[in-house]
Design a binder for this molecule. Sequence first.
Ligand SMILES: Nc1ncnc2c1ncn2[C@@H]1O[C@H](COP(=O)(O)OP(=O)(O)OP(=O)(O)O)[C@@H](O)[C@H]1O
Length: 265
Amino acid sequence: MEKSVIVKDVTKKYKLYNKNSEKLLDLLLPKSYGEEYFALRNVSFEAEKGDVIGFVGVNGSGKSTLSNIIAGIIPPTDGNVKTNGKTALIAVASGLNNQLTGRENIELKMLMLGFDKHRIKELEPEIIEFSELGKFIDQPVKSYSSGMKSRLGFSVSVHIDPEILIIDEALSVGDKNFAEKCLEKMNEFKEKGKTMFFVSHSIGQMKKFCQKALWLEYGELKAYGPMDEVMPKYEAFLKEYNAMSKNEQKKYREEQMKRRSSQLV
Ligand SMILES: Nc1ncnc2c1ncn2[C@@H]1O[C@H](COP(=O)(O)OP(=O)(O)OP(=O)(O)O)[C@@H](O)[C@H]1O
């Protein structure tokens, strides 16, 4: 099988500071201030062409960080990612420029992806129609609701026809009709054999749409494989987690936080 994405030993570290002044001091005296925090630690997996993979995990487990790294939006601290083809990420905070209008955002994004002006003018009407933004397309994006931003982001991303599409929670902010239209488009992509990553808290949607699942727990890869093998384990974990008292959940989270941090000072 042809490999589409290879993620090798990917780690993403952030620094947490107690005060703003610590951040400044850390710039002047690197490695002296702040606490290192692992958003992802040593994550490795491979996706084959045509795989549709759901990322699961509780809040803060690293799903968006991994999505952004695969899309090339943020670099890993260690490790590397190889992608075979054009990659697009659809996310709620989808990299739109708030000062520009919807139309200008379409043009900018496509120019950055190497489309020529002629092709942009050709695709623009289709993108605008799919987004259903009407005359808002010539208003600055800062005046859009999160659903409207998501419509624009989704429409641009599917029309640039990427080989690898990453959808991070983007369906949860739109209304039902638009979400259905998006799912239809995603099914078209699936039929064309594109590789897709899907982040959603809806287990039902995940099971319906994806054939593989990747479970992240506090930045570490807990399980990766066919949906019907990984999902029952994740659901059993969720059941146990949800049955814990508030205090037990707090203790559990603190324990996990300890595993992700390493004190530098
Ligand atoms: N820019 C940043 N600076 C510092 N910490 C960050 C940054 N971005 C993410 N993190 C931290 O990394 C961890 C993973 O975050 P991420 O957004 O990837 O999780 P997630 O699984 O997508 O969560 P959710 O389900 O809530 O969307 C979180 O603890 C988060 O606070």
